[in-house]
Design a protein around this ligand. Sequence first.
Ligand SMILES: *Cc1c(COP(=O)(O)O)cnc(C)c1O
Length: 224
Amino acid sequence: MTQEEYKIYIDNVIRRVEFARVRFDEKHIVKIVAISKYSTANEIEKLYRIGQRAFGENKVQDLRAKSSELEDLPLEWHFVGNLQKNKINNLLDINPALFHALDSLELAHELQKKLQARDMTLDALLQINSAKEESKHGVMLEDAVETYRQIQKECPNIHLKGVMSIGAHTDDKAIIKKSFETTYNIYKQLDGANICSMGMSGDFELAIECGSNMVRLGSIMFNK
Ligand SMILES: *Cc1c(COP(=O)(O)O)cnc(C)c1O
């Protein structure tokens, strides 16, 4: 694809986001975070030249490599992967714009300690295991609101901005929809939350129709 063809292709993805957001609410605004985990720095730069600014990675070492390779560009880096305790310092060195996958009170406490020692803060989302899947990270639905409040109270250096969820792993649209609706309902109960991060390449329109205002699009943004 030439850069011109790529632009037309991306315009079409944006149009799909546009149609979905209007189906939810005319005033609803959705942000696209381009997940670059399968893409090179060169491919990220091509997307940047079309106007994309927010990018995300799911491995700390990839985030470090790509953000440093592209440090001359004004990009906003997100971290969407699960964070192991022994990688916390590496992540904080990069100081991402948003950490999407805070998935336990225990991790929050570890993060709080390191943030306090560095006298820095981190914007984060609480990851919710909305489909109750064994294989997935995140807090259980019934604990989500309580855990969110506890982190707000006990971890002053973590600035919680809302929730993140990965849609149910199934082809059944009704089940995926239910998992998004459930996450959105929790989001609405949280004081001061303004980010509901849900929807990936295969299910972003459904997620937006259920109230998502941040989609994490990997393969579709890079045409893979
Ligand atoms: C890879 C990834 C995405 C993007 O997935 P696609 O299906 O390629 O859009 C979104 N969120 C997380 C947490 C991911 O790891």
